[in-house]
Design a binder for this molecule. Sequence first.
Ligand SMILES: C[S@@+](CC[C@H](N)C(=O)[O-])C[C@H]1O[C@@H](n2cnc3c(N)ncnc32)[C@H](O)[C@@H]1O
Length: 294
Amino acid sequence: MVEFDPRTPNLARMYDYMLGGVTNYAVDREATDRLAELVPQAVPLARVNRGFQQRAVRHLAASGVRQFLDLGSGLPTQGSVHQVVPDARVVYVDRDPVVAEHATALLRDESRAAFVQADLLDAAGVLERAAAFLDLGRPVGVLLISILHFIPDTDGDTGGHARDGTGGHASGDTGGHPRDGTGGHARGDTGGLTSGGVRGPHAAVAALREAVAPGSHLVLTHSTSPGRAKPAAGRGTARPPARIRSFFGDFTLVEPGLVHAADWRPDRPRLVGEPSTASYLMAGVGWKTRPRQV
Ligand SMILES: C[S@@+](CC[C@H](N)C(=O)[O-])C[C@H]1O[C@@H](n2cnc3c(N)ncnc32)[C@H](O)[C@@H]1O
């Protein structure tokens, strides 16, 4: 049980407030209002981000995907995946214990959605626990929405093949329902490790790509910078588009490719004079093609 400190704002609750939600406290609203004064694009960007997520999730649902793994989910509110595709099974994952506490309560009555407290960098552990709720032998929509720019590169993290060649794909009994939110780590943890033993975001995402079934999709948003990877405002790593593209590995990007989030299959044309808020946020959807029949 997490003790909430009413004086400490929480990123996920601030995010909920930015999206118009009610799972937040005065301290979160005040911190968000201060942030919006300093960075006027923060709130519009959060909404562009959520809008992209919803369009991408609807695209996957239209392609037949009915299982989702939402990594760095924040709070499952305000048009989250299980609300957009009610007949899907969804596992939300976040490492933040405050998120875990709220999310577990928010999902208590949901039979098709569960929460797992875990770190993306432990990709094998994430997959093992998700496998208690999802059938990883079937296509999964893997969401990495505004999470990767919070995880800095580590030396040698090229995103090469995971050490065990399975990406930590679970087999058989995983020993527990993911709703327990215990954040336990998998035995024989290889997720997020390259063959050189380096742990980092590229290796973790490579392990996920390798583990999921053909027909699975990777959906991500990421803040960008025109030059080299560098610290973004606050705690984060804005990466150049080519580095963001590399998270998709050999997955095939669906049209229109990796673009500014507002430009990914927009619901409506941009109005004349409407400001573009999303030039710092790249978005894309890639899918794992099925092996060719011989
Ligand atoms: C900006 S919020 C994004 C929430 C949601 N995906 C969205 O875009 O609406 C980023 C979330 O990523 C989580 N996070 C950051 N690093 C993580 C990691 N290594 N593993 C799991 N979650 C992480 C944070 O706790 C936070 O809730």
